[in-house]
Design a protein around this ligand. Structure first.
Ligand code: NAD
Length: 442
Protein backbone atom coordinates (compact mmCIF):
# COMPACT_ATOMS: atom_id res chain seq x y z
CA UNK A 1 0.00 0.00 0.00
CA UNK A 2 1.31 3.42 -1.00
CA UNK A 3 2.28 5.75 1.86
CA UNK A 4 1.06 9.32 1.77
CA UNK A 5 3.62 10.67 4.26
CA UNK A 6 5.86 12.13 1.56
CA UNK A 7 2.99 14.03 -0.06
CA UNK A 8 1.64 15.38 3.23
CA UNK A 9 5.15 16.37 4.37
CA UNK A 10 5.79 18.14 1.08
CA UNK A 11 2.59 20.17 1.51
CA UNK A 12 3.38 20.87 5.17
CA UNK A 13 6.89 22.11 4.29
CA UNK A 14 5.42 24.39 1.64
CA UNK A 15 2.94 25.73 4.19
CA UNK A 16 5.63 26.13 6.87
CA UNK A 17 7.82 28.07 4.43
CA UNK A 18 5.15 30.80 4.57
CA UNK A 19 4.60 30.56 0.81
CA UNK A 20 0.83 30.16 1.14
CA UNK A 21 0.38 33.37 3.15
CA UNK A 22 0.95 35.82 0.34
CA UNK A 23 -2.40 37.18 -0.86
CA UNK A 24 -1.37 37.38 -4.51
CA UNK A 25 -0.28 33.71 -4.33
CA UNK A 26 -3.63 32.67 -2.86
CA UNK A 27 -5.45 34.48 -5.67
CA UNK A 28 -3.14 32.90 -8.24
CA UNK A 29 -4.02 29.42 -6.94
CA UNK A 30 -7.72 30.23 -7.27
CA UNK A 31 -7.23 31.68 -10.78
CA UNK A 32 -5.29 28.54 -11.72
CA UNK A 33 -8.14 26.36 -10.50
CA UNK A 34 -10.51 28.49 -12.59
CA UNK A 35 -8.27 27.96 -15.64
CA UNK A 36 -8.27 24.21 -14.96
CA UNK A 37 -12.08 24.19 -14.89
CA UNK A 38 -12.57 26.40 -17.94
CA UNK A 39 -10.02 24.58 -20.11
CA UNK A 40 -11.34 21.13 -19.15
CA UNK A 41 -15.05 21.91 -18.83
CA UNK A 42 -16.18 19.55 -21.57
CA UNK A 43 -14.08 16.64 -20.32
CA UNK A 44 -15.31 17.18 -16.73
CA UNK A 45 -18.96 17.54 -17.83
CA UNK A 46 -18.64 14.37 -19.93
CA UNK A 47 -17.03 12.45 -17.05
CA UNK A 48 -19.79 13.45 -14.62
CA UNK A 49 -22.39 12.46 -17.20
CA UNK A 50 -20.65 9.12 -17.76
CA UNK A 51 -20.61 8.38 -14.02
CA UNK A 52 -23.90 9.84 -12.78
CA UNK A 53 -25.82 10.54 -15.97
CA UNK A 54 -26.31 14.10 -14.74
CA UNK A 55 -26.31 16.39 -17.73
CA UNK A 56 -24.70 19.86 -17.32
CA UNK A 57 -27.98 21.43 -18.46
CA UNK A 58 -29.61 19.92 -15.34
CA UNK A 59 -26.86 21.14 -13.04
CA UNK A 60 -23.31 22.07 -13.93
CA UNK A 61 -20.77 21.29 -11.22
CA UNK A 62 -18.23 23.36 -13.17
CA UNK A 63 -20.47 26.44 -13.44
CA UNK A 64 -21.37 26.26 -9.76
CA UNK A 65 -17.70 26.07 -8.77
CA UNK A 66 -16.91 28.97 -11.11
CA UNK A 67 -19.63 30.95 -9.28
CA UNK A 68 -17.91 30.21 -5.96
CA UNK A 69 -14.60 31.34 -7.47
CA UNK A 70 -16.06 34.68 -8.63
CA UNK A 71 -17.60 35.29 -5.21
CA UNK A 72 -14.32 34.51 -3.47
CA UNK A 73 -12.12 36.64 -5.74
CA UNK A 74 -14.54 39.54 -5.27
CA UNK A 75 -14.61 39.32 -1.48
CA UNK A 76 -11.38 37.78 -0.23
CA UNK A 77 -9.53 41.09 0.20
CA UNK A 78 -12.08 41.87 2.91
CA UNK A 79 -12.10 38.34 4.39
CA UNK A 80 -8.35 38.24 4.98
CA UNK A 81 -8.18 41.67 6.63
CA UNK A 82 -7.10 41.60 10.27
CA UNK A 83 -9.61 43.34 12.54
CA UNK A 84 -8.47 46.11 14.85
CA UNK A 85 -10.31 46.27 18.16
CA UNK A 86 -10.92 49.40 20.21
CA UNK A 87 -8.76 49.04 23.33
CA UNK A 88 -10.80 49.57 26.48
CA UNK A 89 -9.44 51.65 29.37
CA UNK A 90 -9.50 49.41 32.41
CA UNK A 91 -7.24 47.69 34.93
CA UNK A 92 -5.68 45.48 32.21
CA UNK A 93 -5.37 47.84 29.22
CA UNK A 94 -4.28 51.36 28.42
CA UNK A 95 -5.50 52.60 25.00
CA UNK A 96 -2.46 54.89 24.81
CA UNK A 97 -0.07 51.95 24.57
CA UNK A 98 -2.05 48.71 23.99
CA UNK A 99 -3.33 47.54 20.59
CA UNK A 100 -5.82 44.66 20.17
CA UNK A 101 -6.09 42.77 16.87
CA UNK A 102 -7.76 39.67 15.48
CA UNK A 103 -5.57 38.19 12.74
CA UNK A 104 -6.85 35.39 10.46
CA UNK A 105 -4.27 32.67 9.87
CA UNK A 106 -4.46 29.54 7.71
CA UNK A 107 -4.60 26.11 9.35
CA UNK A 108 -2.07 24.25 7.16
CA UNK A 109 -2.72 21.08 5.16
CA UNK A 110 -6.41 20.39 4.43
CA UNK A 111 -7.84 17.03 3.34
CA UNK A 112 -11.12 17.04 1.39
CA UNK A 113 -12.91 13.70 0.91
CA UNK A 114 -15.72 13.94 -1.66
CA UNK A 115 -18.86 11.87 -2.26
CA UNK A 116 -19.73 10.53 -5.70
CA UNK A 117 -22.97 12.44 -6.19
CA UNK A 118 -21.41 15.92 -6.21
CA UNK A 119 -17.87 15.23 -7.41
CA UNK A 120 -16.92 18.83 -7.94
CA UNK A 121 -19.28 21.23 -6.22
CA UNK A 122 -18.52 19.73 -2.82
CA UNK A 123 -14.91 20.43 -3.60
CA UNK A 124 -15.66 24.10 -4.19
CA UNK A 125 -14.71 24.33 -0.51
CA UNK A 126 -11.15 23.94 -1.73
CA UNK A 127 -11.44 27.46 -3.17
CA UNK A 128 -12.03 28.71 0.36
CA UNK A 129 -9.19 26.56 1.68
CA UNK A 130 -6.88 28.28 -0.85
CA UNK A 131 -8.32 31.72 -0.04
CA UNK A 132 -7.58 31.11 3.63
CA UNK A 133 -3.95 30.20 2.75
CA UNK A 134 -3.97 26.40 3.07
CA UNK A 135 -2.69 23.60 0.86
CA UNK A 136 -5.21 20.93 -0.21
CA UNK A 137 -5.28 17.19 -0.84
CA UNK A 138 -8.51 16.12 -2.55
CA UNK A 139 -9.75 12.50 -2.46
CA UNK A 140 -12.58 12.09 -4.99
CA UNK A 141 -14.99 9.16 -4.67
CA UNK A 142 -13.96 5.86 -6.23
CA UNK A 143 -17.62 5.51 -7.19
CA UNK A 144 -17.02 8.11 -9.93
CA UNK A 145 -14.75 5.86 -12.03
CA UNK A 146 -14.51 8.34 -14.93
CA UNK A 147 -14.31 11.62 -13.03
CA UNK A 148 -11.80 10.56 -10.35
CA UNK A 149 -8.95 9.46 -12.69
CA UNK A 150 -9.66 12.34 -15.08
CA UNK A 151 -9.34 14.90 -12.29
CA UNK A 152 -6.27 13.19 -10.84
CA UNK A 153 -4.72 13.37 -14.30
CA UNK A 154 -5.62 17.03 -14.96
CA UNK A 155 -4.62 18.50 -11.57
CA UNK A 156 -0.80 18.01 -11.89
CA UNK A 157 -0.87 19.84 -15.23
CA UNK A 158 -1.89 22.98 -13.36
CA UNK A 159 -0.57 22.57 -9.81
CA UNK A 160 2.58 21.44 -8.08
CA UNK A 161 1.53 18.76 -5.60
CA UNK A 162 3.03 20.83 -2.78
CA UNK A 163 0.01 23.17 -3.07
CA UNK A 164 -2.76 20.96 -4.47
CA UNK A 165 -2.89 17.21 -5.10
CA UNK A 166 -5.61 14.74 -6.04
CA UNK A 167 -5.31 11.30 -4.48
CA UNK A 168 -7.37 8.53 -6.02
CA UNK A 169 -8.63 5.51 -4.14
CA UNK A 170 -11.32 3.70 -2.22
CA UNK A 171 -11.48 2.49 1.36
CA UNK A 172 -7.92 1.03 1.67
CA UNK A 173 -6.29 4.18 0.24
CA UNK A 174 -8.46 6.52 2.33
CA UNK A 175 -7.68 4.49 5.45
CA UNK A 176 -3.97 4.90 4.71
CA UNK A 177 -4.36 8.61 3.97
CA UNK A 178 -6.18 9.12 7.27
CA UNK A 179 -3.13 7.87 9.20
CA UNK A 180 -1.43 11.17 8.30
CA UNK A 181 -1.80 14.32 10.35
CA UNK A 182 -3.88 16.98 8.64
CA UNK A 183 -4.80 20.39 9.97
CA UNK A 184 -8.43 20.10 8.88
CA UNK A 185 -10.50 17.36 7.26
CA UNK A 186 -13.67 18.05 5.29
CA UNK A 187 -15.59 14.83 4.71
CA UNK A 188 -18.85 14.62 2.72
CA UNK A 189 -20.71 11.34 2.89
CA UNK A 190 -22.73 9.21 5.28
CA UNK A 191 -22.81 9.16 9.11
CA UNK A 192 -21.29 5.65 9.62
CA UNK A 193 -18.17 6.55 7.58
CA UNK A 194 -18.08 9.98 9.27
CA UNK A 195 -17.46 8.16 12.56
CA UNK A 196 -14.43 6.42 11.01
CA UNK A 197 -13.12 9.77 9.73
CA UNK A 198 -13.63 11.46 13.09
CA UNK A 199 -11.93 8.62 14.96
CA UNK A 200 -8.89 8.85 12.67
CA UNK A 201 -8.85 12.66 13.02
CA UNK A 202 -9.07 12.40 16.82
CA UNK A 203 -5.68 10.63 16.93
CA UNK A 204 -4.09 13.90 15.73
CA UNK A 205 -6.66 16.26 17.31
CA UNK A 206 -7.50 17.36 13.76
CA UNK A 207 -10.70 19.40 13.49
CA UNK A 208 -13.31 18.02 11.09
CA UNK A 209 -16.17 19.34 9.04
CA UNK A 210 -18.72 16.63 8.30
CA UNK A 211 -21.28 17.16 5.53
CA UNK A 212 -23.64 14.20 5.91
CA UNK A 213 -27.10 13.07 4.95
CA UNK A 214 -30.11 11.79 6.82
CA UNK A 215 -33.85 11.34 6.62
CA UNK A 216 -35.26 14.66 5.47
CA UNK A 217 -38.94 14.93 6.49
CA UNK A 218 -41.73 16.70 4.63
CA UNK A 219 -44.88 17.76 6.50
CA UNK A 220 -47.91 18.54 4.32
CA UNK A 221 -50.51 20.59 6.15
CA UNK A 222 -54.20 20.72 5.28
CA UNK A 223 -53.74 24.37 4.22
CA UNK A 224 -50.92 23.50 1.77
CA UNK A 225 -50.87 24.77 -1.81
CA UNK A 226 -50.64 21.37 -3.50
CA UNK A 227 -49.21 22.77 -6.73
CA UNK A 228 -46.14 23.79 -4.70
CA UNK A 229 -45.96 20.31 -3.20
CA UNK A 230 -45.97 18.78 -6.70
CA UNK A 231 -43.20 21.12 -7.86
CA UNK A 232 -41.10 20.57 -4.74
CA UNK A 233 -41.29 16.78 -4.69
CA UNK A 234 -40.85 16.32 -8.44
CA UNK A 235 -37.80 18.62 -8.41
CA UNK A 236 -36.19 16.80 -5.48
CA UNK A 237 -36.94 13.24 -6.61
CA UNK A 238 -36.03 13.72 -10.27
CA UNK A 239 -32.73 15.51 -9.61
CA UNK A 240 -30.00 12.83 -9.52
CA UNK A 241 -32.84 10.25 -9.29
CA UNK A 242 -33.32 11.26 -5.65
CA UNK A 243 -29.64 10.64 -4.84
CA UNK A 244 -29.01 13.98 -3.14
CA UNK A 245 -28.28 14.74 0.50
CA UNK A 246 -31.10 17.31 0.76
CA UNK A 247 -33.66 15.21 -1.14
CA UNK A 248 -37.13 14.86 0.40
CA UNK A 249 -36.94 11.48 2.17
CA UNK A 250 -40.45 10.87 3.54
CA UNK A 251 -43.82 12.60 3.88
CA UNK A 252 -45.87 13.03 7.03
CA UNK A 253 -49.52 14.09 6.72
CA UNK A 254 -52.87 13.70 8.44
CA UNK A 255 -55.46 11.13 7.19
CA UNK A 256 -57.48 13.89 5.51
CA UNK A 257 -54.48 14.87 3.39
CA UNK A 258 -53.43 11.37 2.32
CA UNK A 259 -55.64 11.07 -0.81
CA UNK A 260 -54.80 14.62 -1.85
CA UNK A 261 -51.07 14.07 -1.50
CA UNK A 262 -51.24 10.82 -3.48
CA UNK A 263 -53.38 12.23 -6.29
CA UNK A 264 -51.22 15.38 -6.52
CA UNK A 265 -47.99 13.44 -6.83
CA UNK A 266 -49.53 10.90 -9.18
CA UNK A 267 -50.67 13.67 -11.56
CA UNK A 268 -47.30 15.44 -11.33
CA UNK A 269 -45.24 12.33 -12.14
CA UNK A 270 -47.73 11.12 -14.79
CA UNK A 271 -47.17 14.44 -16.56
CA UNK A 272 -43.45 13.62 -16.84
CA UNK A 273 -44.10 10.37 -18.69
CA UNK A 274 -41.54 7.57 -18.91
CA UNK A 275 -38.32 8.94 -17.39
CA UNK A 276 -36.34 5.92 -18.59
CA UNK A 277 -36.61 7.46 -22.06
CA UNK A 278 -35.01 10.73 -20.93
CA UNK A 279 -31.23 10.39 -21.47
CA UNK A 280 -30.41 13.35 -19.17
CA UNK A 281 -32.26 11.72 -16.27
CA UNK A 282 -29.77 10.33 -13.75
CA UNK A 283 -29.60 6.59 -13.06
CA UNK A 284 -28.79 4.78 -9.83
CA UNK A 285 -25.04 5.15 -9.32
CA UNK A 286 -24.05 1.48 -9.21
CA UNK A 287 -25.30 -2.09 -8.87
CA UNK A 288 -24.84 -2.10 -5.07
CA UNK A 289 -27.13 0.92 -4.66
CA UNK A 290 -29.59 -0.48 -7.22
CA UNK A 291 -29.83 -3.71 -5.20
CA UNK A 292 -30.07 -1.75 -1.93
CA UNK A 293 -33.05 0.24 -3.26
CA UNK A 294 -34.76 -2.86 -4.67
CA UNK A 295 -34.15 -4.49 -1.27
CA UNK A 296 -35.95 -1.61 0.43
CA UNK A 297 -38.93 -2.10 -1.89
CA UNK A 298 -38.91 -5.84 -1.10
CA UNK A 299 -38.48 -5.54 2.68
CA UNK A 300 -40.90 -2.70 3.37
CA UNK A 301 -44.29 -3.57 4.84
CA UNK A 302 -45.58 -0.47 3.06
CA UNK A 303 -48.01 -0.56 0.13
CA UNK A 304 -47.08 0.88 -3.26
CA UNK A 305 -49.82 3.41 -4.01
CA UNK A 306 -48.25 4.76 -7.20
CA UNK A 307 -45.46 3.83 -9.60
CA UNK A 308 -44.41 6.36 -12.26
CA UNK A 309 -43.85 5.55 -15.94
CA UNK A 310 -41.06 3.27 -17.16
CA UNK A 311 -40.02 -0.19 -16.09
CA UNK A 312 -37.39 -1.07 -13.52
CA UNK A 313 -34.30 -2.03 -15.50
CA UNK A 314 -31.35 -3.57 -13.66
CA UNK A 315 -29.00 -3.25 -16.64
CA UNK A 316 -29.73 0.45 -17.10
CA UNK A 317 -30.02 0.89 -13.29
CA UNK A 318 -33.36 2.67 -13.77
CA UNK A 319 -36.03 2.62 -11.05
CA UNK A 320 -39.22 4.60 -11.65
CA UNK A 321 -40.50 6.86 -8.88
CA UNK A 322 -42.40 4.80 -6.27
CA UNK A 323 -44.85 6.30 -3.76
CA UNK A 324 -45.69 4.07 -0.81
CA UNK A 325 -48.00 4.27 2.14
CA UNK A 326 -46.26 3.15 5.30
CA UNK A 327 -48.02 2.33 8.57
CA UNK A 328 -45.27 2.35 11.11
CA UNK A 329 -42.17 4.37 11.95
CA UNK A 330 -40.44 0.98 12.42
CA UNK A 331 -40.75 0.24 8.69
CA UNK A 332 -37.40 0.03 6.92
CA UNK A 333 -38.37 2.97 4.68
CA UNK A 334 -38.61 5.15 7.79
CA UNK A 335 -35.33 3.87 9.22
CA UNK A 336 -32.52 4.52 6.76
CA UNK A 337 -31.77 7.34 4.30
CA UNK A 338 -33.46 6.29 1.04
CA UNK A 339 -31.23 8.19 -1.42
CA UNK A 340 -33.24 7.19 -4.48
CA UNK A 341 -36.58 7.61 -6.32
CA UNK A 342 -38.71 6.09 -3.54
CA UNK A 343 -40.97 8.15 -1.27
CA UNK A 344 -42.92 6.78 1.70
CA UNK A 345 -45.94 8.60 3.13
CA UNK A 346 -46.74 8.02 6.78
CA UNK A 347 -50.02 9.12 8.31
CA UNK A 348 -49.81 11.04 11.58
CA UNK A 349 -52.83 12.18 13.62
CA UNK A 350 -51.80 15.83 13.80
CA UNK A 351 -49.19 18.51 13.19
CA UNK A 352 -47.99 18.02 16.78
CA UNK A 353 -47.50 14.30 16.15
CA UNK A 354 -45.41 15.16 13.08
CA UNK A 355 -43.26 17.57 15.11
CA UNK A 356 -42.89 14.91 17.76
CA UNK A 357 -41.75 12.32 15.20
CA UNK A 358 -39.16 14.68 13.69
CA UNK A 359 -37.90 15.80 17.11
CA UNK A 360 -37.42 12.27 18.41
CA UNK A 361 -35.41 11.08 15.42
CA UNK A 362 -31.88 12.00 14.34
CA UNK A 363 -31.52 15.62 13.25
CA UNK A 364 -31.87 15.67 9.44
CA UNK A 365 -29.85 17.74 6.96
CA UNK A 366 -33.04 19.38 5.67
CA UNK A 367 -36.68 19.60 6.76
CA UNK A 368 -39.63 20.67 4.65
CA UNK A 369 -43.12 21.94 5.38
CA UNK A 370 -45.91 22.77 2.96
CA UNK A 371 -48.43 25.08 4.63
CA UNK A 372 -50.16 28.43 4.31
CA UNK A 373 -50.24 28.73 8.09
CA UNK A 374 -47.76 31.27 9.49
CA UNK A 375 -47.98 30.10 13.09
CA UNK A 376 -47.35 26.50 12.03
CA UNK A 377 -44.35 27.59 9.98
CA UNK A 378 -42.92 29.33 13.03
CA UNK A 379 -43.45 26.29 15.24
CA UNK A 380 -41.91 23.94 12.63
CA UNK A 381 -38.78 26.09 12.37
CA UNK A 382 -38.49 26.65 16.12
CA UNK A 383 -39.43 23.24 17.47
CA UNK A 384 -37.55 20.94 15.09
CA UNK A 385 -33.79 20.87 14.57
CA UNK A 386 -32.23 20.31 11.12
CA UNK A 387 -29.44 21.60 8.89
CA UNK A 388 -31.95 23.93 7.18
CA UNK A 389 -35.60 24.37 6.20
CA UNK A 390 -37.47 25.25 3.02
CA UNK A 391 -41.11 26.22 3.45
CA UNK A 392 -43.38 25.43 0.46
CA UNK A 393 -40.57 24.08 -1.66
CA UNK A 394 -37.55 21.81 -1.56
CA UNK A 395 -33.79 22.39 -1.40
CA UNK A 396 -34.17 26.19 -1.79
CA UNK A 397 -32.43 27.09 1.49
CA UNK A 398 -29.08 26.01 0.07
CA UNK A 399 -28.29 29.10 -2.03
CA UNK A 400 -28.51 32.87 -1.86
CA UNK A 401 -25.36 33.23 0.23
CA UNK A 402 -26.79 31.19 3.10
CA UNK A 403 -24.42 28.77 4.86
CA UNK A 404 -24.87 25.05 4.21
CA UNK A 405 -24.33 22.26 6.70
CA UNK A 406 -25.89 19.77 9.06
CA UNK A 407 -26.45 19.49 12.77
CA UNK A 408 -26.11 16.46 15.04
CA UNK A 409 -26.26 13.27 12.97
CA UNK A 410 -26.37 15.26 9.71
CA UNK A 411 -22.98 16.85 10.28
CA UNK A 412 -21.02 19.75 11.67
CA UNK A 413 -19.47 22.89 10.20
CA UNK A 414 -20.69 25.23 7.50
CA UNK A 415 -19.84 25.59 3.81
CA UNK A 416 -20.33 28.37 1.26
CA UNK A 417 -18.32 31.54 0.78
CA UNK A 418 -17.15 33.33 3.91
CA UNK A 419 -18.54 30.53 6.13
CA UNK A 420 -16.16 28.03 4.55
CA UNK A 421 -13.31 30.58 4.56
CA UNK A 422 -13.79 30.94 8.34
CA UNK A 423 -13.82 27.15 8.74
CA UNK A 424 -10.34 26.91 7.19
CA UNK A 425 -9.05 29.86 9.25
CA UNK A 426 -7.93 30.42 12.81
CA UNK A 427 -8.69 33.94 14.01
CA UNK A 428 -5.83 34.73 16.34
CA UNK A 429 -6.25 37.35 19.08
CA UNK A 430 -3.21 39.60 19.43
CA UNK A 431 -2.29 42.20 22.03
CA UNK A 432 0.67 44.48 21.22
CA UNK A 433 2.02 46.62 24.05
CA UNK A 434 4.20 49.72 23.98
CA UNK A 435 2.56 51.55 21.06
CA UNK A 436 4.21 49.64 18.24
CA UNK A 437 1.39 50.56 15.77
CA UNK A 438 1.74 47.05 14.34
CA UNK A 439 0.19 46.18 10.96
CA UNK A 440 -0.69 42.54 10.25
CA UNK A 441 -2.28 42.92 6.79
CA UNK A 442 -1.39 40.21 4.26
P1 NAD B 1 -19.62 7.44 1.30
O1 NAD B 1 -19.52 7.80 2.73
O2 NAD B 1 -19.79 6.02 0.93
O3 NAD B 1 -18.32 7.93 0.50
C1 NAD B 1 -17.81 9.23 0.64
C2 NAD B 1 -16.30 9.18 0.65
O4 NAD B 1 -15.87 8.44 1.78
C3 NAD B 1 -15.68 8.53 -0.58
O5 NAD B 1 -14.61 9.34 -1.02
C4 NAD B 1 -15.20 7.18 -0.06
O6 NAD B 1 -14.04 6.72 -0.69
C5 NAD B 1 -14.91 7.45 1.40
N1 NAD B 1 -15.13 6.27 2.23
C6 NAD B 1 -16.15 5.39 2.14
N2 NAD B 1 -16.02 4.42 3.07
C7 NAD B 1 -14.89 4.69 3.77
C8 NAD B 1 -14.21 4.05 4.87
N3 NAD B 1 -14.68 2.95 5.43
N4 NAD B 1 -13.08 4.62 5.32
C9 NAD B 1 -12.59 5.75 4.76
N5 NAD B 1 -13.19 6.38 3.72
C10 NAD B 1 -14.31 5.86 3.23
O7 NAD B 1 -20.79 8.35 0.72
P2 NAD B 1 -21.37 8.36 -0.76
O8 NAD B 1 -22.12 7.08 -1.04
O9 NAD B 1 -20.36 8.80 -1.74
O10 NAD B 1 -22.45 9.54 -0.63
C11 NAD B 1 -23.70 9.34 -0.11
C12 NAD B 1 -23.87 9.98 1.24
O11 NAD B 1 -23.31 11.29 1.25
C13 NAD B 1 -25.33 10.16 1.58
O12 NAD B 1 -25.53 9.85 2.93
C14 NAD B 1 -25.57 11.65 1.31
O13 NAD B 1 -26.66 12.16 2.02
C15 NAD B 1 -24.26 12.24 1.72
N6 NAD B 1 -23.99 13.52 1.08
C16 NAD B 1 -23.96 14.65 1.85
C17 NAD B 1 -23.72 15.89 1.26
C18 NAD B 1 -23.70 17.15 2.08
O14 NAD B 1 -23.22 18.15 1.56
N7 NAD B 1 -24.15 17.14 3.32
C19 NAD B 1 -23.52 15.98 -0.13
C20 NAD B 1 -23.55 14.81 -0.88
C21 NAD B 1 -23.77 13.58 -0.27
Amino acid sequence: MVSYSALVNKQREFYLSGATLDLAGRKKRIETFKKLLVENKKAIDDAIFADIRRHPTVMSDVDMTLGEIELTLKNMDEWVKPKKFVTPKDAQYDPASDELHLVPEPLGVVLIISPWNAPLICSSALIQAFAAGNTVILKPSELDPTFAPLFANIAPKYFDEKEFAVVEGGIPETTELLKERFDHILYTGCPPVAKIIMTAAAKHLTPVTLELGGKNPVFVDESADLSLLAKGIVGAKIFNAGQACICTDYILCTPAMKPKVISTLKAAFDALGDMSKVPANARIINDRHFKRLMGLLKDTKGKVVYKAGGETDEKDRFIPFHLLEVDSADDILLQEEIFGPILPVMIVPSFDAALNHIKRNEKPLAAYIFTENKEQTKRFVRETSSGGVTVNGSCAHTGGGLPFGGVGNSGMGRLMGKYAFDMFTHEKPICVRNSLKADFAY
